[in-house]
Design a protein around this ligand. Structure first.
Ligand code: UD1
Ligand code: UDP
Length: 381
């Protein structure tokens, strides 16, 4: 271990790894800090996929993925391992991103060890603590334990101010997802040419398990029947609960008389998925990250959720919150598929989530606060 202050970055799932990757790449360029990257392994294959795309290697990998989506076991497994790491490495600051179990537990472990915690993508909120479950709780609990808040947007910063967070600990940075997308688009492969208009669909949220996901699948079937020049591509989240519904509802020709018009595929890596988004005509998703990326690519996005912690896209007109009722999904998608003017009005909206330089701002602030040139200048806020 070197003498430079240690910045300990904790990631565990596909989205937090993607959004931390630009931060890690920038941190690694800084000689004044020692950057240690820990992977909790909350996700296994999907985390490996992301890290390999960005050529990031883990200094420690806990590999705690659970067979079932068991939050209590996941929480305690990560907490114990992380506590050992903090005791050994004595970081100057712990950094994590977003609203996953990995993120919340990283903030808790740091708090127990009295280590400052920096939260990337701080301040997103929905009105109800269990919608989305458990992410809204994770966000709020993490905020209570955070020292330095990297808010992606003005609105996120306002949420934090309203909760009494000290102004000097908030920095509006833009969302690092746009930084990651910028990197990916330079390297994204060209997907095979397909005829027709692509509906790109992803769904994995806990609140959509079961019936809502069934209704989403039914809506896709209806859209394919109504618009013969469309086809649907569904990269499937590895969660078996999600896969089972999608496969039952959409495989084996149930989707239409031409089964090839539905492609249920293994989740492409981040570069492959960026290429698919670029090729898509319309994106339907309950994913948080995809809601941010679609407007950057000029793709209208229908958000398959009742409420979103990312209202900026909806307010700007780039995203439409459609929920999970079949009728509403079909109605909104049909409008965009039928009416070119309506489609282009949505597609041309400017991305409200960032300029692709969030990681630079985050790293500059981390260094200023936790590794300033003169040791006497160090403060913990
Ligand atoms: C987690 C996050 C969610 C985020 C999502 C992104 C929590 C509580 N939830 O949800 O906020 O939107 O990641 O994808 O942190 N699995 C694999 N291989 C993988 C990943 C998952 O097999 O690489 C399977 C496992 O059976 C696992 C299940 O998927 O138990 C679900 O993973 P889990 O982390 O519990 O929840 P997500 O639904 O992925
Ligand atoms: N993504 C990916 N492959 C896929 C689907 C999504 O690489 O098959 C990327 C997507 O571009 C985005 C991130 O994964 O950056 C979003 O992750 P996810 O939807 O799992 O989580 P959420 O954002 O909802 O927390």
């Amino acid at each position: 271990m070197g003498t430079a202050p240690c910045v300990l970055v904790v990631c565990g799932t596909r989205p937090d790894a993607i959004k931390l990757a630009p931060v890690v790449l920038q941190l690694k360029e800084q000689p004044s800090v020692e950057t240690v990257v820990v992977g909790t392994g909350q996700h296994r294959e999907m985390l490996d996929q992301v890290l390999s795309v960005f050529s990031i290697s883990l200094d420690e990998n806990y590999g705690v993925m659970q067979k079932r989506s068991d939050l209590a076991r996941l929480t305690s497994a990560i907490l114990e391992r992380l506590d050992d790491t903090l005791e050994r490495r004595k970081p100057a600051v712990v950094v994590a991103q977003g609203d996953t179990t990995t993120t919340f537990v990283a903030s808790l472990a740091a708090f127990y060890r009295r280590v400052p915690f920096a939260h990337v993508e701080a301040g997103l909120r929905t009105p109800t603590i269990d919608r989305p479950f458990p992410e809204e709780f994770n966000r709020r609990a993490t905020s209570l334990l955070t020292t330095l808040y990297f808010a992606p947007t003005q609105r996120a910063a306002n949420n934090l101010r309203r909760e009494g967070v000290n102004e000097r600990n908030i920095l509006i940075t833009g969302n690092t997802s746009i930084d990651a997308l910028r990197i990916a688009l330079q390297r994204a492969p060209k997907p095979p040419h397909r005829k027709g208009r692509m509906l790109l669909v992803t769904t994995h949220r806990r609140e959509n398990w079961g019936e809502p996901q069934r209704r989403i699948a039914t809506a896709i079937r209806t859209l394919l029947q109504r618009f013969p020049d469309t086809y649907a591509v569904l990269p499937m989240h590895p969660n078996p609960i999600v896969r089972q519904v999608l496969q039952t509802e959409l495989e084996g020709g149930r989707a239409s008389r031409e089964p090839k018009r539905v492609e249920l595929i293994e989740p492409p890596d981040y570069l492959g998925f960026a290429a698919l988004m670029a090729q898509a005509h319309l994106i339907l998703t309950d994913s948080g990250g995809v809601q941010e990326e679609a407007p950057s690519l000029g793709k209208p996005v229908l958000v398959l959720r009742e409420e979103t912690e990312r209202p900026e896209g909806v307010d700007a007109g780039a995203a439409i919150l459609v929920g999970t009722e079949e009728e509403r999904i079909v109605h909104e998608a049909s409008r965009l598929l039928q009416n070119d003017a309506a489609y282009h009005a949505v597609a041309q909206v400017r991305n409200p989530y960032g300029d692709g330089h969030a990681a630079e701002r985050i790293v500059a602030a981390l260094i200023e606060r936790f590794a300033p040139p003169s040791p006497s200048g160090r403060g913990l806020g």
